[in-house]
Design a protein around this ligand. Structure first.
Ligand code: B12
Length: 226
């Protein structure tokens, strides 16, 4: 039964059928499956499959757009809503870096963080380095989360850290990175504080930084790249 709906959801995302993706997501949610189980068993594999087909020139950009919309429709149903204000562990400013409009993974991370006690300020996608710094300062955030799926954009992530250094603020924030284009070595190279493979580990990463960020060697790497 569950596997049938998971398959339905996967196929609906691949085919870009938002209506069916939504229906399958509702059925899985009602059957008691957790958001991350649904993401990991159906939505992520469907997007990865679309990525492969796109590389093989079997599908084209409009197909990716439709798949992305179907995935977002399913996520709207399953992703948890914000936790109670009193439970706030820390503030996280999150966004997709400049030049990059991929935001599905970032949205999943933002929702999981917010469901796990973080106050999330989501800057959206295509966010310039200075915006991350400006909002993190204004909001007195503890963590800056940067997502990147597009290789040419990953260099702008370094600008966020450079800017913090220039303003003598590097110590005030933990900077974490993720998204399919960036890997543990990149976190090390740009001087980020952590990298996580997925949303589950992104929550774990923030917990580690908030609880014992001062003591542990950085960057903290959670999960393996690819
Ligand atoms: C859907 C999609 C699109 C959609 C995006 C819709 C949307 N709203 O996001 C659309 C159609 C718009 C799109 C456009 C383009 N795309 Co595209 N796209 C994809 C695709 C198929 C899936 C991405 C996705 O959503 N994955 C699912 C999510 C759940 O995974 P995720 O993002 O990796 O997130 C997880 C983790 O990485 C992590 N994570 C994510 N962010 C963060 C942040 C932090 C702080 C942490 C800790 C963790 C973390 O947690 C998430 C949840 O587990 C990928 C292929 C792929 N397999 O990735 C190509 C892909 C990313 N796209 C690609 C390209 C080239 C493009 C275009 C340039 C195509 C073009 N010619 O125009 C444009 C770029 C436009 C732009 N300026 O950004 C390439 C990128 C190659 C590269 N490395 O540079 C890929 C890899 C396809 C390919 N194989 O060629 N795309």
């Amino acid at each position: 039964m569950l596997s049938e709906y998971l398959e339905k959801l996967k196929v609906a995302v691949i085919e870009g059928n938002a209506e069916q993706a939504r229906e399958a997501a509702i059925a899985l949610k009602e059957a008691g499956m957790s958001p991350l189980e649904i993401v990991n068993a159906a939505i992520k594999p469907a997007m990865d499959e679309m990525g492969k087909r796109y590389e093989r020139l079997e599908v084209f950009l409009p197909d990716l757009v439709l798949a992305g919309e179907a995935a977002q429709e399913a996520l709207n149903v399953i992703l948890p809503k914000e936790g109670a204000e009193s439970l706030i562990k820390a503030k996280v400013v999150i966004g997709t870096i400049y030049g990059d409009i991929h935001d599905i993974g970032k949205n999943i991370v933002a929702a999981m963080l917010s469901a796990n006690g973080y106050k999330v300020i989501d800057l959206g996608n295509d966010v310039p380095a200075e915006k991350f710094v400006e909002v993190a300062k204004k909001e007195s955030a503890k963590i800056i989360g940067i997502s990147c799926l597009l290789t040419p954009s990953m260099y702008y992530m370094r600008d966020v850290i450079k800017r913090l250094e220039e303003e003598n603020l590097r110590k005030n924030f933990y900077v974490i990175i993720g998204g399919a284009a960036v890997y543990p070595e990149w976190a090390k190279e740009i001087g980020a504080d952590g990298w996580a493979k997925d949303a589950e580990r992104a929550v774990e990463l923030c917990d580690m930084l908030v609880e014992k960020g001062e003591e542990v060697p950085k960057p903290i790497i959670l999960g393996e790249w690819r």
